[in-house]
Design a protein around this ligand. Structure first.
Ligand code: HEC
Length: 126
């Protein structure tokens, strides 16, 4: 992991953990992992498509991302970058929610959400 990535991860996590009402990042991420897997399975047809379940997943992720974003304090470049990334994630999840009635459209949109997971982790981890 690059030193800048460690600082960024620490900044995101410390900021989220220090804010009184901010939820902790790791348990949220573990939930997201399970939920993203569930969404992928229904969008690839591995399990039957369940629109209400997909809506619940996306609505929960949007709420979590808002909470995390609100818990990031500071105005440094890393704090702003983290806020921007969570904000993009929220926007892409909201766009997916709007297409939830049609699995084809939702699937295309959800790829962007999954891309946001990866790009944020790439910025932090390798
Ligand atoms: C804007 C940044 C960002 C986005 C978007 C994001 N993550 Fe993360 N993720 C992190 C950070 C930061 C950590 C490291 C947290 C820590 O270890 O303190 C992390 C850690 C994780 C972990 C490891 C948790 C653990 O137990 O150590 C998983 C799994 C994970 N993310 C899944 C996801 C999934 C799935 C998505 C998309 C649905 C996602 N993340 C989107 C920033 C992000």
């Amino acid at each position: 992991m690059k030193p800048s990535a460690i600082l960024f991860a620490a900044a995101v996590f410390a900021a989220a953990a220090s804010a009184v009402a901010a939820p902790r990042l790791r348990p949220i991420m573990r939930d997201w992992k399970a939920q993203a897997g569930q969404a992928e399975r229904m969008l690839t047809g591995a399990v039957p498509y369940d629109e209400p379940a997909l809506r619940r997943i996306l609505t929960g992720m949007i709420g979590d991302a808002r909470d995390v974003e609100a818990g990031i304090s500071g105005s440094g470049a890393q704090a702003l970058d983290a806020k921007n990334r969570f904000s993009r994630f929220e926007a892409d999840a909201a766009a997916t929610l709007q297409t939830a009635a049609a699995p084809g459209g939702a699937s295309a949109r959800f790829q962007r959400v999954a891309g946001d997971c990866r790009s944020c982790h790439d910025a932090l981890r390798n």
